[in-house]
Design a protein around this ligand. Structure first.
Ligand code: GCV
Length: 612
């Protein structure tokens, strides 16, 4: 069997023996293997995930809950390896969110929806198929950064993944759960809302007793096999998935029915709010997709059971390069909410283009209402590739996600620097070159693809490369409406009214052209090409400049990359992907600039090549 890749954990040695069963035992093992000095452990169960580290008589002592000591052990080992001072004291380090989840979009037949790192880590040919050693390494990676839940199957539950909660599949599910358990990681399952209809029940109406009964009994069986299952994840009434709307019921009815089946077992019901009309007529100007989640959910505030958590994507559209924070986060003070972000680079470069996310998350957390969010989920970027994440640098997003889920106030640059230090042995100058490259990668990608909040010029379905009109007449509610004079949609109260969904100060901030940040102007406003931006340039000139700059910055990035002494195979992989990124950036630059030049007839003020 091949040795699993150690990603950012090369300082850890042998894999823990499979007979270790608890986080405390794993912590002991990892410390004995890797710390180079004796470290004491003191378990106080009431401390849960939290821990502190002290030095007593010259020896480190980690005090924490059962999982806390494991998180403390990894933090200590990482600090020692990176040469950072260890934070000492009895002030506990505690996670901001109890649930720190990865949502894998893996299908039972072995593909991964929006997966760019190879096939599924868990399934093949409609059945479980995994390398236990690689799963153990994944659990170790997750625990090392404090992640504690993994949903192993796609929210679009395609046949036969619904069987994950059926008797035939449960013994195998239990075996998989047992691999994750010693690392403090719990499984979660995406379920098919209409599942009872596969078992002779003629309806999935949440108020029908037969439906309620079926879920009660089936959930009981699932918990018998996996007593610590974190819960169920549901995508309902979205993109053709079944849901309560079919029966004239609302989403509180649907979610509560499932939550009541989970309640006796301590399980959570995570209900996604990604609900919108995906069959919109592009001629319909009264429907504005970013408004959908708020319209569907805000009025249900306070109606959900206490073990329901509504999971909301960070922005109101769909993981675009830049979106404002979804207004739904401000509208449900009496409901448990989870933030959903996406590590899979669906719209952000397919793990071909370099795109480090921590700077983007910093902006999200800046605007998110404090205390409103009690859990966090990230769509995974994992797959069967040797390094788990396709591009070797994409692991920085998984790593930083864990640190951010623990402490959303953490510094993005520090997360990136720590990942670089732990992953590669570069001299300080090269290390800082790589940190800077990663820190700037999102801004560069934004410039050559979608500056100024101008989304949806990407190829349809695939979502890699430019197609400026691809989504323009499609049913997905994703329009930019560029004509010869202007581009964008007026989302103020004079237009669709979307800005009205925000509380102050955001409502006024976004509604006024004077205060709306340039980077979001085309998200909220329809602007003429001769509109003068805050920096004095016209809109169309800004579009040209950003695209040219984005391509130039990518060329500079390729230069930097070629100078880095990365180990094989990361060096070759990163170089090969950079060639594809260069091509992509070039295409975006030329196609989008040509598109706007042909529409507007305005020449580039700097005389650069734009095509007739
Ligand atoms: C899992 C977008 C993606 C879909 C994804 C969906 C979702 O529409 O393109 O692949 O489906 O989001 O988040 O449910």
């Amino acid at each position: 069997m091949k040795q699993p890749c150690l990603t950012w954990l090369p300082f850890l040695c042998a894999e823990a023996p499979a007979d270790l069963k608890t986080p405390q035992q794993i912590a002991r093992f990892e410390l004995d293997q890797a710390s180079g000095e004796p470290v004491g452990l003191c378990v106080r169960p009431e401390m849960g995930d939290s821990f502190w580290i002290e030095k007593k008589e010259g020896q480190f002592l980690i005090t924490g809950g059962e999982t806390g000591v494991l998180y403390g052990a990894y933090r200590l080992l990482m600090a020692l390896h990176a040469g950072y001072p260890v934070r000492l004291g009895t002030q506990p380090s505690a996670p901001c969110y109890d649930l720190r989840m990865i949502n894998c979009w893996d299908n039972a037949e072995g593909t991964v929806e929006r997966g760019y790192s190879g096939r599924s880590l868990f399934f093949e040919n409609g059945w479980f198929d995994y390398d236990a050693s690689r799963i153990r390494q994944l659990a170790r990676m997750m625990a090392s950064v404090g992640l504690n839940v993994i949903c192993i199957n796609n929210v679009n539950v395609h046949d036969p993944a619904h069987k994950l909660i059926e008797e035939e599949w449960l013994p195998e599910l239990a075996k998989l759960a047992a691999i994750f358990r010693p690392y403090g990681v719990k499984l979660m399952l995406s379920i098919d809302y209409a599942h009872p209809m596969r078992h002779g029940i003629p309806t999935a109406d949440p108020l029908d007793e037969r439906v309620q009964q079926w879920w009660m009994q089936q959930t009981e069986k699932v918990y018998h096999a996996v007593p610590d299952l974190a819960g169920f994840l549901v995508k309902a009434d979205s993109e053709h998935r079944p849901g309560p709307f079919t029966y004239g019921r609302d989403h509180a009815d649907g979610a509560n029915m499932l939550a009541r089946a989970l309640k006796p077992h301590g399980g959570k019901l995570i209900w996604r709010c990604f609900v919108y009309n995906c069959m919109q007529d592009w001629r319909d100007t009264t429907t504005d997709r970013p408004m959908a989640a708020y319209i569907h959910y805000a009025h249900l505030d306070g109606r959900f059971d206490d073990n329901v958590i509504l999971q909301i994507k960070n922005g109101p559209f769909d993981f675009q390069v830049r979106e404002p924070v979804s207004p739904l986060f401000y509208a449900m003070p009496n409901t448990n909410l989870a933030l959903e972000i996406q590590l899979a680079q669906e719209y952000t470069g397919h793990q071909i283009d370099i795109y480090a996310m921590p700077p983007m998350w910093k902006e999200i957390f800046r605007d998110l209402p404090p205390k409103q969010v009690m859990a966090i989920a990230a769509v995974g970027n994992l797959g069967r590739d040797d390094n788990y994440t396709g591009h070797p640098f994409a692991a920085v997003n998984l790593f930083s996600y864990g640190l951010t889920a623990w402490d959303p106030g953490c510094d993005p640059e520090e997360c990136i620097r720590l990942w670089v230090k732990l992953t590669y042995q570069l001299d300080e100058q090269q290390q800082e070159m790589l940190v800077a490259l990663l820190m700037n990668s999102r801004s560069t990608y934004e410039k050559y693809t979608a500056p100024l909040g101008l989304n949806w010029m990407v190829t349809t379905h695939e979502h890699y490369g430019p197609s400026p009109s691809g989504y323009e007449y499609a049913p997905w509610g994703t329009y930019h409406k560029a004509n010869r004079d202007a581009v964008g949609i007026d989302r103020t109260k004079n237009g669709t009214g979307y800005t009205e969904q925000y509380p102050e100060p955001f409502r006024s901030l976004y509604a006024s052209l004077d205060t709306c940040p340039d980077k979001l102007k085309l998200f909220f406003h329809r602007l003429r090409y001769d509109y003068v931006m805050a920096d004095g340039r016209t809109l169309v000139q800004r579009i040209y400049d950003d695209h040219f700059e984005g391509y130039e910055e990518t060329q500079a990035m390729a230069q930097t990359l070629s100078q880095l002494d990365l180990p094989s195979p990361d060096r070759e992989m990163a170089q090969e992907r950079m060639q594809r990124q260069l091509k992509n950036a070039h295409e975006w630059c030329d196609i989008i600039n040509t598109f706007f030049y042909r529409l507007s007839g305005v020449k580039d003020a700097n005389g650069r090549t734009i095509y007739e």
